[in-house]
Design a protein. Structure first.
Lengths: 319, 366
């Protein structure tokens, strides 16, 4: 039998180290959060004994303060660990399980909304989902509270400054992480700059950052329409000239020819490359790095998350 | 001293009311008090806006000397490095036959609201010390203005406030009322209950049709049924519009509606051998004899509670009928009882209950 008494008592007293039932996002974000808040313990529920498939452990090794809970519904863990709050990343499957635990343990839930662009979403159909979460704490990673029509705190991702000390050391190469070899082979003959392709799943953090720092260009051929892609942010931070397919998310992030280059297809790419020597890539590189430093400050990420987690843990649970 | 109180004060049940007033009684003491809600049911008070309690909810201290938990025993947990008090309210006798017995040995102190409950626990060798501290009530509310309920004007109004469950024994009340009073007498029976209106009306219909006092259902005096949640102001209007509270319940640890009836000076009639006889006596109301029998109910609130291993007090319906008649007839006596009621309600004030709680706190901390 679960009793919320110890959880309630903890929320009423000051705790230095919190126990967070943290549903797994994508590995990137989970690592970022754990590393920013090393004093807290994060427990991620997984369905079985296997590690989650969506988490790239080579690139984002499991942080020391992150632990798995297998089969949480059958687990006795909630009687052993006094959880202080829940973090979840979607309003459907994760939230439904999170809510059961929130109600049983009388602890608050933070819902992190990773959507940064709503133009392709049917927001009306989301109203019941948003209503369901009215007593929870909403965190947005970009300011889209108006579109969602619910209050929330905006905490942008925290991206480290990966700027290479001497930009001139950068190799004249295009780094590609999310394409297949045949596609690269079909582009390369038309482009004078060498394209280097790596499988992001095989890179450790050191290799990953080093590649970004060494490469002058970064190609993003994905047309992701709702969520930010951390490699793009990392590439900009490292001072790469990001050449990306146009998408609502990219168009919010990159101003064409200012802090990156936006293309609308292969013809566009070839056209840009014809004139690449006439483009001030040094300026774009500096602007890209500056943009990330101005908008994705890791210290601010850490402070804001520390504040919201502390507040959420001590806030009276109201059903 | 830092005290943390955990209770269901954000719910609308009797448990919720009890928790609310216990917190207020604690707040009369000179301690640092923080409170936090627990939800044991879905009866959530969506309009909760008690300023005093909302302020106490914001309080947070580094640690606590005492944690008071007003919860069902199986939800009690010891909070480390503090004194743990369990304030529980239940009608269950023969507690050793229930799973609660084990849990009652974990707290440093168990608080119960009636002598009967204390005696029950002591007789069953609960290892925790047991203190009898009554529930608290807001005694300032009774004399406030009210709006009379039109249907209750120009009649003598018996009333019942409580859940429509077998333990409350509404069947005995319906039997006594319809057997004792003819339909043409200026007497009403008001039943204020929780639950679904149609279900309650069906249940009352079934009970009355099985009484077979009259040949047709139309011949019965029609009761006034109020179902579901009503605001504090409406409840106040109801109490002020009625004259005699009848609580034929088979078991009550405390019974807040009866204490309220006392505060309003509405003669209470209650079952003997229940927790209600702690504060109802022959000077302020009527105690009707009862027979102790094994519990029988088709509506157990929890799987292991209210089994036939426990006892209930079944009211003597014939005696209940004569009491109701006497209260109805004896206006002068009722006035006398009323003045005693008004004196007796003082014992439930926040200050008084706070002092009783302080004595318990002194005992466990010295």
């Amino acid at each position: 039998m679960i009793s919320p008494i110890k959880n309630i008592a903890r929320s009423a007293s000051k705790q230095e180290s919190l126990n967070i039932l943290s549903f797994i996002c994508d590995g990137y974000f989970d690592s970022m959060l754990c590393e920013a808040l090393p004093q807290h313990n994060f427990y991620g529920p997984i369905n079985d004994g296997n590690k989650p498939s969506g988490w790239n452990f080579t690139l984002c090794p499991q942080p020391n303060n992150f632990h798995y809970i297998a089969n949480i519904n059958q687990s006795n863990i909630v009687n052993k660990i006094n959880f202080d709050l829940i973090i979840c990343h979607d309003r459907t499957s994760q939230y439904d399980i999170a809510r059961q635990f929130a109600q049983a343990l009388h602890i608050n839930t933070i819902i992190v909304e990773h959507i940064v662009n709503t133009t392709h979403l049917d927001l009306i159909s989301m109203i019941p989902l948003l209503k369901k979460t009215k007593n929870d704490i909403n965190v947005f990673i970009e300011d889209i509270t108006e579109q969602f029509k619910i209050p929330g705190t905006i905490i942008k991702y925290g991206i480290p400054n990966l700027k290479h000390n001497n930009r001139d050391d950068k190799k004249n190469q295009i780094l590609v992480l999310n394409l297949d070899q045949p596609t690269v082979d079909s582009i390369q003959p038309h482009i004078s700059t060498p394209i280097v392709l790596y499988d992001i799943n095989n890179l450790n953090p050191k290799q990953y950052y080093s590649l970004l720092q060494k490469s002058k260009f970064y190609f993003n051929m994905s047309a992701e329409i709702t969520r930010l892609q951390l490699p793009v942010l990392h590439a900009m931070s490292a001072g790469c000239v990001v050449v990306s397919m146009s998408s609502p998310v990219i168009n919010n992030l990159i101003t064409h020819m200012k802090n990156g280059i936006i293309i609308n297809g292969m013809e566009d790419l070839l056209e840009v490359w014809k004139n690449i020597d006439n483009i001030d890539t040094k300026k774009i590189s500096q602007n890209a790095n500056q943009y990330i430093m101005d908008n994705y400050d890791p210290e601010q990420f850490k402070q804001q998350w520390q504040n919201i987690i502390t507040l959420t843990a001590k806030q009276t649970y109201v059903r | 001293m830092n005290i943390l109180f955990i209770g269901p004060y954000r719910t609308t049940s009797g448990w919720g009311e009890g928790a609310k007033h216990l917190a207020k009684a604690l707040n009369t003491l000179n301690h640092n008090l923080a409170i936090r809600p627990i939800y044991m049911s879905n009866e959530i008070d969506g309009e909760f806006n008690d300023k005093e309690l909302l302020e106490l909810e914001q309080a947070q201290y580094d640690n606590y000397d005492i944690v008071i938990q007003r919860v069902l025993p199986h939800l009690f947990r010891r909070v480390p490095q503090t004194k743990n008090i369990l304030a529980c309210v239940f009608e269950t006798s023969n507690i050793h036959t229930t799973p609660w017995w084990r849990h009652l040995s974990f707290p440093d102190v168990v608080l119960v609201p009636s002598k009967q409950e204390k005696e029950n626990l002591l007789a069953e060798h609960i290892s925790s010390p047991v203190y009898n501290v009554s529930e608290a009530i807001d005694i300032s509310k009774y004399d406030k203005d009210y709006e009379p309920i039109p249907e209750l004007k120009n009649a003598f109004n018996f009333y019942f406030v409580g859940e429509f469950i077998e333990r409350k024994n509404v069947k005995a009340l319906l039997m006594a009322f319809h057997r004792e009073f003819r339909p043409n007498e200026p007497v009403n029976l008001v039943i204020k209950t929780s639950g679904n209106s149609q279900q309650v009306n069906n249940d009352i219909f079934t009970i009355k049709s099985n009484l077979r006092i009259y040949q047709s259902m139309e011949q019965y005096k029609k009761e006034i049924i109020i179902c579901g949640y009503i605001s504090a102001q409406h409840m106040h209007n109801l109490h002020r519009s009625c004259h005699c509270m009848v609580m034929p319940s088979c078991g009550e640890a405390f019974c807040r509606p009866v204490v309220d009836a006392l505060g309003y000076g509405n003669t209470p009639i209650v079952t003997d051998n229940t927790g209600m006889t702690d504060y109802i006596n022959h000077y302020n109301g009527y105690i009707v004899g009862s027979r102790i029998e094994p519990t029988y109910t088709t509506q157990p609130p929890l799987q292991d509670i209210y089994t036939a291993k426990e006892n209930w007090a079944n009211i003597n319906v014939l005696k209940l009928m004569s009491c109701m008649r006497e209260v109805y007839k004896a206006h002068d006596l009722r006035e006398k009882l009323k003045s005693q009621c008004k004196k007796d309600i003082q014992q439930f004030s926040y200050t008084n209950i706070g002092q009783n709680l302080q004595r318990v706190i002194d005992d466990i901390t010295n």
